[in-house]
Design a protein around this ligand. Sequence first.
Ligand code: GLU
Ligand code: ZN
Length: 487
Amino acid sequence: MSSSKSPVRVRFAPSPTGDLHVGNIRTALFDWAFARHTGGTFIFRIEDTDKERVTDQYIEAAAETLRWLGLDWDEGPGVGGEYGPYLQSERLDIYREWGEKFLQTKDAYHCYCSNEELEARREAAAKAHKAPGYDGACRELSDEMIEKYRSEGRKPVLRMRMPEGSTTFHDLIRGEVTFDHSFVPDFVLMRSDGSPLYTLAAAVDDVLMKITHILRGEDLLSSTPRQIRLYQAMGVAKESYPLFAHLPFVMGADNTKLSKRNGEVSIAWYRERGFLPEALCNYLALLGWSPGDDRENVSLEEIAALFEVERVNSSPARFDIKKLEAINGDKIRALTIDQFLERSLPFLIDGEVVSGNQDELVILKKALPLIQERIVTLSEVPQMLSFLFVGSLTLNEDSSKKISDPLSQEVLQASLTVLTNLKDWNLEEIEKALRSELLEKRELKPRLAFSPVRIAVTGSHISPPLFESLELLGKDRTIARISALIA
Ligand code: GLU
Ligand code: ZN
């Protein structure tokens, strides 16, 4: 079966009960790429029927995360579209009407069982080694029984009737999948207060929004036979059912399911640490999919151009932060200096290294090329460049100790003399002077020779290249910093 079913309409339908995570965004990215690849429509739908856990703040944060990543949607919050509203909390009447219809057609029925009764029967079934799940007790209630339950003040839930047999569908990633209904008991559609459950709301919306393809996490595989049952009850012809593609799990580096402990943290977390959106998209695209050759650097445009759902692997993908970091470094190196400046500036301002004025920007444009090859995330920029913007440095304990040993003191004294005597303060002269004084005359190893100077001038043994740093800092400040550390 082919995945071409035209015109393609795919949706990303999160329940934002917090900031979106790696797994959510991998799904969003594949949905987006599939829509863009096929020239279809990408729909962003918010599944917020659980109003207590899905807040406006999380909905806005989810939209902001998608925008930041460049995953633009054609229909959804803020954009509109002819199948709206796209917030399920604004569609409750629609679900209630469908629930009503299913009750009339007897596809669904009222179930009056209390939680305690259900629990007691579940335990008994487990003891008797019978299949778990609802036992169908309320399927054929007599009018007398209904009357009795009502008089007891019981409020029913609405339950879908699953016929005997099985459901088979073709999953675009895992092929033919069959569910025996003995493992798919009658399921709840609506709570006693008339609020819908996920299974009902998602299926109704997928039909009404004319969704053609459902790409979603493997954790939802087991809800598929229930949703197919709902399409059928809604009167959708079989050939019009959406096609399914269940994306493989993302595992942590330790091969257990991705969790907070092993990398499943919010996209906001990566953003705050200076990961670039193009690096996250690139890396997440490779979690279960490949562009067809062994390239590891792909742009969002290339992902859209190359994405084929059939090339998604069915086995679990492994999240590896080291690989994400490597890709992030590559993406940083690919930036122009203006782009690098624009991306770094918020980190420098947040870190109170600069305020963003013109003079600072001039210095930054000279300094940023020095570190572009050396950093992995943007959050390293402030610490690497702050020495250029502070009056005097405060050394940590290690550095202070290092700088006060006799050899360091000798190096600083010698450097101070040659640098003070320099007429032209430029890279070439600085390098020549320090090399001849420290390496040639004193025959020191470069690390021993330059480390004290580096610490004195930049405050750290990790810095941009030394001679360039001195040139940028200027003669006066260099001399002042070295002198200040000579005992
Ligand atoms: N709202 C569901 C979730 O966040 C996804 C629904 C779906 O893709 O079918 O897990
Ligand atoms: Zn019941």
